[in-house]
Ligand binder design. Structure first.
Ligand SMILES: [Zn+2]
Length: 449
């Protein structure tokens, strides 16, 4: 039984989908004004694994992750660089999609954009006004936080406590300092016609409407980084309660922070790292291995040591798989029936137990490591082809979840297989010069020997 840590209740809960056999998931996507940083890579990798595991369990997954292409930061960046906002957002949307794939994640099949959801956003705000949950002041529209009894449930805060901590803003149009902006009249940047002003929506409203526009109902899982819990997700929930009378998602999942050399990442500390920076040194599989080796709710630390050991880890597993696959291939046994013995079956049970425990990828990676060890043992022994087949299939299934892309191999051609046989014969006959020559020939064809 899969259990999920629900940030809304702060408890591990059994996962029971709203519709049997189906999982609906939404993960907040990037604001596209810059290259994404390594902190952004964590939800990209982790929630991809969550989706993969649901697929592994046989669920039909509907996965949506948006593109925030309307935001103050975009307007500021476009002005600063003297470029058109649309040009800026399309450049960084494309860069984001490339980074997602370089990290070994699949793009969400649905990636709605704010700019393409504007009529729905305006209709949603109108409805909140009609229901008394929003009010207009001089072209701006605000959400009336005090009207909602549930406000503060996700971040576990009460309105009175929040008020004590709230900054007193110069904006006196709000009835209450905690009221947040649904629509903002603007003079600068991209803007749309609305019943209230020429302006643009607030970020919290964008996500709620994109979710409703796709799913038209409460969803199973809403994910994102821990930093989005308050106010972003709290405000998404508030609007959903007000407009749809449900809390938007049944399970809320938040991943922990990424630190750099044990420090918070920030531009001012000069330790800000984009995914692209890191990809010049390490491949996506290494970054993924590193991230998945820590439980997603724990903070994770970026350091050269951590990345180097992740690299060794994934190489070791990859070599074990390749060696086993090669043995099967050379024996023309790639399609033989597997023999799942007790030891192998236990690995599968252990892997599923780890993943069922709130997607504990750290433990799942340990099981993968054990699997690589067993695979090496089996490959070294004579025969054992049916067991190797079972192990290869199992490691490949693990990899479909973890996405390390360790198991994407092609069978050797008949000509190459003949070369392997000739090399083996030369070695048996102690004709090492010939064996070496064949080895070189194989390597020239890009085949590891
Ligand atoms: Zn969001």
């Amino acid at each position: 039984m899969l259990t999920v840590y629900n940030s809304l209740t702060n408890m591990n809960e059994p996962f029971v989908p709203i519709q049997p056999g189906k999982v609906s998931m939404y993960v907040c996507g990037p604001t596209v004004y810059n290259y994404i940083h390594i902190g952004n890579a964590r939800p990209i990798i982790f929630f991809d694994v969550v989706r993969n595991y649901f697929t592994y369990l046989g669920y039909d997954v509907d996965y949506v992750s948006n593109i925030t292409d309307v935001d103050d930061k975009i307007i500021a960046a476009a002005l600063a660089q003297a470029v058109d906002e649309t040009e800026l957002t399309s450049t960084f949307t494309k860069a984001y999609q490339e980074d997602v794939q370089a990290l070994g994640s699949n793009l969400a099949p649905s990636m709605p954009k704010v700019t393409e959801t504007m009529p729905q956003i305006i209709r949603f705000i109108e409805e909140l006004i009609v229901k008394g949950f929003a009010y207009e002041q001089e072209g701006d529209v605000y959400f009336r936080v005090t009207k909602l009894v549930e406000y503060g449930a996700l971040s576990n805060q009460k309105i009175d406590d929040l008020l004590v901590g709230a900054r007193i803003e110069s904006n006196t149009n709000k009835e209450n300092q905690l009221d947040f902006t649904l629509w903002k009249a603007t003079t600068e940047g991209i803007k749309w016609e609305s019943p209230w002003s020429l302006g643009r929506p607030g970020w919290h409203t964008e996500c709620v409407v994109m979710i409703d526009d796709h799913f038209h109902r409460e969803i199973d899982i809403h994910g994102g980084g821990m930093d989005l819990k308050f106010p972003h997700h709290e405000n998404e929930i508030a609007q959903a309660h007000a407009c749809f009378s449900h809390g938007l998602a049944k399970y809320w999942m938040h991943n922990g922070f990424v630190q750099i050399d044990d420090q918070k990442m920030s531009k001012s500390l000069g330790n800000f790292k984009t995914v692209r920076d890191i990809l010049t040194q390490y491949d996506g599989t290494t970054i993924r291995t590193w991230m998945l080796s820590t439980h997603y709710r724990q903070p994770i630390n970026f350091s050269a040591d951590a990345l180097e050991s992740a690299k060794k880890f994934s190489e070791r597993i990859s070599l074990a798989y390749q060696g086993a696959y090669r043995k099967l291939d050379l024996a023309d046994a790639l399609t033989i029936a597997p023999n799942m013995d007790e030891k192998i079956a236990k690995l599968q049970t252990d892997f599923e137990a780890a993943m069922n425990d709130d997607f504990n990828t750290a433990n799942a990676m340990t099981v993968l490591f054990e699997a690589a060890k067993l695979l090496n043992q089996l490959t070294r022994q004579a025969g054992k082809l049916a067991e190797i087949q079972a192990m290869c299939q199992l490691v490949s299934r693990f990899d479909q979840v973890l996405g390390l892309k360790l198991t994407h191999l092609q069978p050797l051609s008949p000509e190459v297989k003949v070369l392997f046989q000739e090399r083996e014969a030369a070695r048996q006959a102690k004709d090492f010069a010939k064996a070496d020559a064949i080895r070189e020939q194989l390597q020239q064809q890009g085949i590891e020997v």
